[in-house]
Design a protein around this ligand. Structure first.
Ligand code: HEM
Length: 415
C-alpha cells in the first residue's frame, strides 16, 4: 500500500483522517478507489468502500444490516457506556437502524401517512416560506446563507408537518444536532458526544410526549395525528415506535436538506456560467440541477452497515459483525460511472446517483427534500441575480455523517 494512503488511513491518527475527509474528501476517495477500493481502515475499525458498483450493490444486500448492535458501546469508555445505554437503545428503534422484520412493518405503516399526496399538499406552504425567506435576505447586507436560509427552510417545513409550535423550533435544532452527531460519529470521537446527545434525546422526548398525548385526544391535520391513525391488518405503531419515528423524521429531514441547500448555492456561486443558464431557464433545469447538487456534494456521504455473516467481496473477507461503510459520496464521484465526476453539470444525464441510498432503506423523505430544494432553487434563480461568497474556503461541519457547510457568508443581489 502506498505511503500517502498508509499515513492517512493506517497511522492510527484518527484526527488526521477526519481532517483529510473534511478538507477534500474527494481526493481521498479517489485515492482509496484507485489503490484499495475495499479498504480496511484501522483507526475507524471498519471497511471503507468507494466504488460505485460496490456501494450500489451493497446498499441492497441482505448480508449487511443497518442495526448497529453493540457497535457504539464497543467504542465507549466504561463511564460513557453506562450513560449511553438509553441513547443506544433509542437509536436502535429508528427506522434506519431497527432490526427486521419490525423495520419493514414500521416503514409500511409510515408510508401510509407519509404519502406523495401529503408531500404535494405541502407545496403552497413551502412556496410561501421560501418567498418570505428570500424577502428577508433582500433586506440584509452580507448574510450567512446557512443561518438565514438553509437551516430555516427545512426546520419550518418539518415542524409544520409534525405540528410543532413555532416558538419551540429554535431549541430543537440544537438537540437534534447533538443526537445526529452521536449517531453519525465513529471511532474514539464518539465519547465526546455522549453527554450532549443524552440531553438532546431527553429534551426531544419532553417535547414530543405532550404533543403525542394531545393528538391522541384530539387529532389535527398534521403528521403526528396521521401516524397515530395509520393501521394495516389490525397493526398500528406502538408508542415507542411513534416516538422514535417523530424524532427520527425530525432529525433526518433537517440537516440533510439544510446541507443540500447550502451546497447548491455554494456550487452555483462558483460557476457563473451554469448559474446564468439556470437563471435563463429555471423551470426547465431546476429538477436536473437538484439531482446534480445531490450527486456532487452528497449530504449523506455514507451508509453504515454491520456484516450479519462472514462473506467475501472481490477477494477480501468481511468478518461477521465488522462495520462496513458504504461511501455514497465516493460512489457518486466514481469516474467509471460519471464522466468528469468532479465537474458540476446541471444538465447531467443520466444521473443515477445514490445520494438518497437504495434498496430497503431508500430515503423515505426524498420526495420532500427534492420538493424543498426545487422550490428554493427555482425562486433563487428567478430572484437572485448575483451570489458573491465572502470566502474562498468555507468551513465544512466536522460531522462525518453529514456533508454540510458550517457557514456560507455571501453577498447577494435580490430582485
Ligand atoms: C437532501 C436531503 C436528504 C438526503 C440526501 C437523505 C439521504 C438519505 C439516505 C442516503 C438514506 C439511506 C441511508 C442508508 O442507507 O444508510 C436516507 C434514509 C432515510 N431518510 Fe433521508 N435524506 C434526506 C432528507 C430526508 C427527509 C426530508 C426525511 C424525512 C422528513 C428523511 C427521512 C429518512 C428516513 C426515515 C430514512 C430511513 C429509511 C429506512 O431505513 O427505511 N430524509 N436518507
Amino acid at each position: 500500500m502506498p505511503d500517502s494512503l498508509e499515513r492517512v488511513c493506517l497511522s492510527g491518527d484518527y484526527q488526521a483522517f477526519v481532517r483529510q475527509q473534511l478538507d477534500n474528501p474527494y481526493a481521498l476517495y479517489d485515492r482509496l478507489r484507485k489503490l484499495d477500493p475495499i479498504h480496511w481502515c484501522k483507526p475507524m475499525r471498519c471497511w471503507l468502500l468507494t466504488r460505485y458498483s460496490d456501494v450500489f450493490a451493497l446498499l441492497n444486500d441482505s448480508r449487511l444490516s443497518t442495526n448497529r448492535g453493540g457497535l457504539y458501546l464497543d467504542l465507549l469508555t466504561p463511564e460513557n457506556r453506562l450513560l449511553a445505554g438509553p441513547l443506544v437503545n433509542h437509536i436502535n428503534t429508528w427506522m434506519l437502524t431497527m432490526d427486521e422484520p419490525r423495520r419493514t412493518r414500521c416503514r409500511r405503516l409510515v408510508s401510509l401517512a407519509f404519502t406523495p399526496r401529503m408531500i404535494t399538499g405541502l407545496r403552497p406552504m413551502i412556496e410561501r416560506v421560501v418567498g418570505e425567506l428570500i424577502d428577508h435576505l433582500s433586506k440584509q447586507g452580507p448574510v450567512d446563507f446557512m443561518r438565514e436560509f438553509a437551516e430555516k427552510l427545512p426546520a419550518y417545513v418539518i415542524s409544520d408537518m409534525l405540528g410543532i409550535p413555532r416558538e419551540d423550533r429554535d431549541h430543537f435544532q440544537e438537540w437534534a444536532v447533538a443526537l445526529t452527531r452521536f449517531s453519525a460519529a465513529a471511532g474514539p470521537e464518539l465519547n465526546n458526544f455522549v453527554v450532549p446527545a443524552s440531553t438532546g434525546l431527553q429534551k426531544l422526548i419532553e417535547l414530543f410526549d405532550p404533543l403525542i398525548s394531545e393528538r391522541r385526544l384530539k387529532p389535527q391535520d398534521d403528521l403526528i395525528s396521521s401516524l397515530l391513525l395509520v393501521e394495516e391488518n389490525g397493526e398500528q405503531l406502538s408508542q415507542e415506535e411513534l416516538f422514535a419515528m417523530c424524532i427520527f423524521l425530525f432529525i433526518a429531514g433537517q440537516d440533510t436538506t439544510m446541507a443540500l441547500l447550502g451546497s447548491s448555492v455554494w456550487l452555483l456561486s462558483q460557476d457563473a456560467e451554469q448559474f446564468a443558464e439556470l437563471r435563463a431557464q429555471p423551470a426547465g433545469l431546476v429538477e436536473m440541477a437538484v439531482e446534480e447538487f445531490i450527486r456532487c456534494e452528497s449530504p449523506v456521504p455514507r451508509g453504515v452497515r454491520r456484516a450479519k455473516k462472514t462473506f467475501q467481496i472481490d477477494g477480501r473477507q468481511i468478518e461477521q459483525d465488522q462495520t462496513v461503510i458504504l461511501l455514497i459520496g465516493a460512489a457518486n464521484h466514481d469516474p467509471a460511472r460519471f464522466p468528469e465526476p468532479h465537474r458540476l453539470d446541471i444538465k447531467r444525464t443520466p444521473n443515477q446517483h445514490v445520494g438518497f441510498g437504495r434498496g430497503p432503506h431508500f430515503c423515505i423523505g426524498a420526495p420532500l427534500a427534492r420538493l424543498e430544494a426545487q422550490i428554493a432553487l427555482l425562486e433563487i434563480a428567478r430572484r437572485v441575480s448575483t451570489l458573491r461568497p465572502l470566502t474562498d474556503h468555507p468551513q465544512w461541519t466536522t460531522n462525518m455523517g453529514l456533508r454540510s457547510l458550517a457557514e456560507l457568508p455571501l453577498e447577494i443581489d435580490v430582485a
